[in-house]
Design a protein around this ligand. Structure first.
Ligand SMILES: NC(=O)c1ccc[n+]([C@@H]2O[C@H](COP(=O)([O-])OP(=O)(O)OC[C@H]3O[C@@H](n4cnc5c(N)ncnc54)[C@H](O)[C@@H]3O)[C@@H](O)[C@H]2O)c1
Length: 437
């Protein structure tokens, strides 16, 4: 029996992982992207983005994944996933520019085929987008009727960069907005084949699924800002230690321990913008999104707060400071909205000599790079060349540094990866009582 053929439109950080996993589960996959250089790398088995487990999986399943700039191959597929960017506009809403562009092309191909086709949007969109924009775009460009001639689903992902492959095959749950039962049944069947666990599939209409998607990230950011509020309190309360408080309250099943840690604030390509989109959407429809706004404000003040704490240690420019970690989280080279990067830049702008090291960032090509930062290619040199060391991203590798390397240095352990450093000149941690904080 011939294998089922599916298309993935948009082979970026998410789309390539999805295409590769589909191929690994036996599907014949057509990957489509507008970026020729990306396609060239993928066809050589080289993922354009750093993502653990992806390269091996891609090389192993390359024979079932063909890539192209041409949408025509969709004719041979029964399902098309669309995973293109939805960048944030200044209003806080997500742009549908790329989604519309891709849907118009998918629709024009559907118009030429007689068999039923299922279109699945994976990209994050604002509530109302599927019903008001995506569905009409497909109907107009295909000349066909959604629900009868083709099906449409919204199926966003909840994965984190650095954990995308595992996250896609072992999700906590699957969220599925569907145009009709037939469309939802087809996608549910595919998802069951894709997942190594048996997640609950929450099926519903488009608008509630769109709201549920951004609500998850908005809620998780609220938890992180709550933990950072506790950290601020603990720094001013005699004997305060945020790790003791969060560990205790996290045991309450109503709260849970995940993402409940006093540390640097959240960043990356999803958390900040999904939370802002949530607040923007609430405002647009006349509801109150003030929890999300406060969450954002708490997050944004962390950099100034930490910078001031460092200055309060009696160090002044051009004192040498090392910042370990630039990415917004471990196991990725993404620096978008990364508080580790923001902190390094903030200190450099104040005139400190800032040396930086990140295991996944070896070139001066990403957005954070400012000429004032000194890029170190060796972790220990980065520490040894400076007098104050900030551990800004909790890469596992940093927890294995010999503690003697920190002898006579001031250490600011933002993630509490060490439980004190006896030989350090001073050991500081976010959320630990500091009389002058
Ligand atoms: N990255 C994450 O952690 C994450 C997590 C959850 C949801 N999302 C959402 O998933 C979507 C995609 O995110 P990403 O991080 O994979 O983006 P990305 O920018 O890494 O990749 C998008 C890809 O789409 C391609 N593309 C753009 N227009 C196209 C078109 N018309 N036809 C074909 N290809 C086109 C681009 O060249 C690029 O390769 C976004 O809506 C994002 O919010 C991302």
């Amino acid at each position: 029996m011939p294998r089922e053929r599916v298309a993935v439109v948009g082979l970026g950080k998410l789309g390539l992982c999805l295409a590769t996993i589909l191929a690994s589960k036996g599907y014949e996959v057509t990957g489509i992207d507008t970026d020729e250089h990306k396609l060239e790398l993928i066809s050589q088995g080289k993922p354009p983005n750093f993502e653990p487990r992806l390269e091996r999986l891609l090389r192993k399943n390359r024979d079932r994944l063909s890539v192209s700039m041409n949408y025509e191959d969709i004719k041979r597929c029964s399902i098309s996933f669309v995973v293109v960017p939805t960048p944030s506009e200044t209003s806080g809403e997500f742009s549908l520019f790329f989604v519309k562009q891709a849907m118009e092309k998918v629709g024009s191909i559907i118009s030429k085929v007689r068999k039923y086709h299922l279109v699945v949007l994976t990209s994050t969109v604002m509530p109302g987008s599927m019903q008001n924009t995506v569905k009409p775009t497909l109907e107009t460009s295909s000349g066909k009727k959604c629900g009868a001639d083709f099906g449409l689903c919204y199926n966003p992902e909840f994965v984190a960069l650095g954990d995308v492959v595992r996250g896609m095959v072992e999700p906590d749950f699957i969220l599925l907005g569907e145009s009709d039962k037939r469309a939802g049944d087809i996608l549910s069947k595919l998802q069951r084949k894709l997942c190594n666990n048996s997640p609950y599939i929450e099926r519903m209409d488009f608008a509630n699924a769109e709201l549920a998607k951004i609500s998850v990230n908005s809620f998780v950011t609220m938890k992180m800002s709550y933990a950072n509020t506790l950290a601020e309190i603990c720094e001013k309360m005699e004997g305060g230690d945020v790790t003791k408080v969060t560990k205790a309250i996290g045991r309450d099943s109503r709260i849970g321990p995940a993402y409940l840690k006093g540390a640097l604030g959240y960043g990356g390509p999803c958390f900040p913008r999904d939370n802002i989109a949530f607040a923007t959407f609430a405002k647009r429809i006349g509801a109150q999104g003030d929890l999300a706004i406060t969450t954002h404000e708490v997050n944004m003040r962390q950099i100034d707060r930490i910078t001031q704490r460092i200055e309060s240690e009696g160090v002044a420019p051009p004192f040498k400071i090392s910042v370990l970690g630039l990415s917004y989280k471990p196991n990725t080279n993404v620096v978008e909205s990364s508080q580790a990067s923001m902190l390094a830049v903030s200190l450099a702008r104040k005139g400190f000599e800032v040396h930086v090291f990140d295991p996944a960032i070896t070139t001066v090509s990403s957005g954070v790079i400012v000429p004032a930062l000194v890029y170190e290619s060796h972790l220990l040199n980065c520490i040894r060349n400076t007098e104050l060391c900030i551990i800004a991203t909790p890469w596992k590798r940093f927890s294995k540094i010999n503690k003697a390397e920190f002898k006579n240095k001031i250490v600011f352990d933002c993630w509490g990866i060490f439980d004190g450093l006896p030989k350090a000149k001073k050991y500081l941690r976010i959320g630990l009582y500091a009389p002058s904080a």
